[in-house]
Design a protein around this ligand. Structure first.
Ligand code: NAD
Length: 355
């Protein structure tokens, strides 16, 4: 088992392993970078096949959070935690209390939130042992999904403006994959903007609701890639942009909330070569982290949502720079995130020298 030589290791500041015999907790917390502020990232509970797989996941995800927060312009660092276990059968209050104690040991360097396999009620239990938990209802910003949908909506508008030269969405055809918390919210916003919706989901009730309430056209799961649409909005799974789907897509824009949309890095280039404008996932789905960054006694939802709407400008500047520099939008997003980190690192170093 390796950490320092794992390919996902990227000069992480801390990687901590926690075990609580009484509750059975086995958790890893990775703090990738705290240049911009305390490391914030969700807690994933997953039945990992091996400890190596759990380590790789926590390293990769925590690094991703550094980039996401940096690009979004929020003063948070990158971190993530994983609990090794089955989210359906292994959850107990004792487990999450023990997890809260583990988070508390970092004294605020790491702030946990919900993620795949954990829920707000789980994190509320963890909060009994530490105050370093964000994105839960009491005294906080609550479910981040509406903010995420709001950000995706604005990023999608920016892409339509640049690629289709249209300032509004009326008559724009959008294929939405996944009608969960974010996908359905996005559909409501698109409907309000007079876009045409083509939707799919494993959940038949969600599809029925979109057809009935939003006038959407339903298509079978796999057919979503073949639609004659302007925009493809993936809001369900990762790795859906791959050799097979990119060849099939007819959309000129990809703008959706799903994390890790590119199956491999090279698929960003394939999209560019196929004339498809890709809104990098972590740029367009940053609404959740932005609203969480506003948490505190002065929490002002309206102000937070205004900053989320700024995803329009963030995406537009990524698209324009990518066109200018003739590189992929994914490369530009990484560059901008690293540039901000480097700038703040240098400022901090200068301040330290001066003091
Ligand atoms: P969710 O679980 O509420 O919704 C996901 C939906 O996708 C479900 O309705 C599910 O039935 C559907 N789905 C699953 N497999 C599918 C398939 N093969 N084809 C079509 N539909 C399928 O999740 P969510 O909170 O709406 O998040 C959606 C995506 O956005 C995820 O990738 C998530 O990681 C990402 N994301 C969410 C947030 C947030 O604030 N919730 C923030 C950033 C990124």
């Amino acid at each position: 088992m390796t950490v320092f030589s794992a390919k996902e290791f990227d000069n992480h500041e801390d990687v901590l392993f926690f075990h609580d015999q009484k509750s059975g907790l086995k958790a890893i917390i990775a703090v990738h970078d705290t240049t911009l502020g305390p490391a914030l990232g969700g807690t994933r509970m997953w039945d990992y096949k091996s400890e190596e797989e759990a380590i790789a996941d926590v390293l990769r995800l925590s690094r991703g959070m550094t980039y996401k927060s940096s690009l979004a312009g929020v003063n948070l660092g990158g971190g993530k935690s994983v609990i090794i276990g089955n989210a359906h059968t292994d959850k107990t209050p004792e487990l999450f209390e023990a997890f809260g104690r583990a988070v508390g040991q970092l004294g605020g360097t790491y702030i946990a939130a919900e993620d795949v396999g954990t829920t707000v009620p789980d994190l509320e239990i963890a909060r009994r042992s530490t105050r370093h938990i964000a994105g839960i209802t009491e005294g906080n910003s609550g479910d981040p999904s509406p903010a995420t949908a709001w950000g995706v909506f604005h990023g999608l508008r920016a892409a339509v403006k640049l690629e289709l030269n249209k300032s509004d969405l009326s008559g724009v055809k959008v294929a939405v994959q996944g009608l969960g918390n974010v996908g359905y919210g996005l559909c409501e916003l698109l409907k309000e903007a007079d876009a045409e919706l083509i939707v799919t989901d494993l959940n038949k009730a969600a599809v029925e609701k979109a057809v009935q309430n939003l006038g959407a056209t339903a298509v079978p799961l796999d057919a979503i890639y073949d639609q004659e649409v302007d925009v493809f909005a993936p809001c369900a799974l990762g790795a859906i942009l791959n050799d097979d789907t990119i060849r099939r897509l007819k959309a000129r824009v990809i703008a959706g909330s799903a994390n890790n949309q590119l199956a491999e890095d090279r698929h960003a280039k394939m999209l560019m070569e196929n004339g498809i404008l890709y809104a990098p996932d972590y740029a367009i789905n940053a609404g959740g982290i932005i609203i969480i960054s506003h948490e505190g006694p002065q929490f002002d939802r309206e102000k937070a949502m205004q900053q989320v709407a700024g995803i329009y400008d963030t995406c537009l500047s990524i698209f324009e720079r990518a066109k200018r520099e003739k590189v992929t939008t994914a490369e530009i997003a990484d560059k901008i995130a690293l540039e901000r980190l480097e700038r703040v690192r240098n400022e901090k170093a200068e301040l330290a020298l001066a003091s």
